[in-house]
Design a protein around this ligand. Structure first.
Ligand code: ZN
Length: 318
């Protein structure tokens, strides 16, 4: 079935992306999305290997130089957010199987120096789930604008965006949650030494913005600062000779003029199986959708691609 879909759509090169793998859901992720179990992730890899050849960065660059075309079906794997499981579980497995990959880092979070605001949200929800009596606490109810049901407060927390990070910090104070303690105890992110060590093994490193804002809420000046500084963090430390970048969340709200101004050699979005008219920008397939296997997710992407082709919706417009 998949081989037929590849032939029918002509889309023989795919860019699946993940964040992490884990057999036990961590507090900073469990209320945001379901990551794959280690064994399920390995099954994903074996499925990919049975239909596509693993590409390295040179293959991706020649794919771009060839007008985003190759002869043989291929896949290039990437991982966003620079999480420690990538170092502990993913890279050793990829190394064993001979699969190249790129990892994208938020420069403010490397070495556990800071925490993504969405992870803060998940940690706060976990605290309220563990101690539900806190939901009736006056200060919490006040913080939530009068809401006192756990589901309503959870939604309030999850609806906060980057610009509202201070509101999460103030709820943390009310709940006696210390994000610094969490960072030191759990160490969700890779350290600079760990990044150096995977780069020495042949993995690629790139930027993922300074601290993971939604780009559609930023001015282009700020989009460029977030982008260039996070890439420079990597290149200044000789962790990559290519300027690689993956957009945080998505590239929604990013104008084509951004791509001519940004100091990027190669960048990645999250729009799924789509054609992108920007020459050095590639769209990736999100692979963490509940229990769905790589096989199901990728077949769905092809079927959706075929459906959208009737409406001419497979090419991104900016
Ligand atoms: Zn991210």
């Amino acid at each position: 079935m998949l081989n037929k879909l590849i032939r029918l759509t002509g889309q023989n090169t795919i860019f699946p992306f993940y964040h992490t793998v884990s057999d036990v859901a961590s507090a900073h992720i469990k209320h945001l999305y379901q990551s794959k179990k280690i064994l399920d992730f390995e099954k994903d890899l074996d499925f990919l290997l049975s239909h596509y050849r693993p590409m390295d960065l040179a293959d991706v660059i020649s794919y771009i130089n060839n007008g985003k075309k190759t002869e043989k079906p291929g896949f290039f794997l990437t991982f966003d957010d620079g999480l420690s499981e990538v170092y502990n579980h993913i890279c050793p497995m990829l190394y064993r199987k001979g699969i190249p990959a790129a990892v994208f880092f938020n420069s403010a979070f490397v070495d556990n120096k800071g925490l993504f605001y969405r992870y803060k949200a998940s940690i706060l929800i976990e605290k309220l789930s563990e101690s539900p009596h806190l939901v009736k606490n006056n200060a919490v109810v006040r913080w939530a604008g009068g809401k006192n049901k756990i589901s309503d407060i959870k939604n309030t927390i999850l609806n906060i965006r980057y610009a509202g990070t201070a509101e999460l910090d103030s709820l943390a104070e009310i709940l006696h949650v210390s994000f610094n303690d969490y960072l030191q105890k759990t160490k969700p992110y890779m350290t600079l030494d760990q990044i150096s060590s995977i780069v020495q093994q042949g993995f690629y490193a790139g930027g993922h913005s300074i601290d993971h804002p939604e780009y559609y809420n930023l001015s282009q000046v700020e989009q460029l600062r977030q982008t260039n500084e996070s890439i420079q963090y990597i290149t200044d430390r000789h962790l990559s000779s290519e300027k690689l970048f993956a957009f945080p969340f998505s590239d929604t709200g990013v104008q084509s003029t951004f791509f001519t101004s940004a100091k990027i050699d190669l960048s990645f979005g999250t729009a799924g199986l789509k054609n992108d008219p920007i020459r050095h920008h590639l769209q990736r397939i999100p692979m963490e959708k509940g229990e769905l296997s790589a096989k199901k997710l990728i077949i769905n992407q092809y079927l959706y691609y075929i459906l959208k082709s009737f409406f001419d919706k497979n090419t991104i417009r900016r």
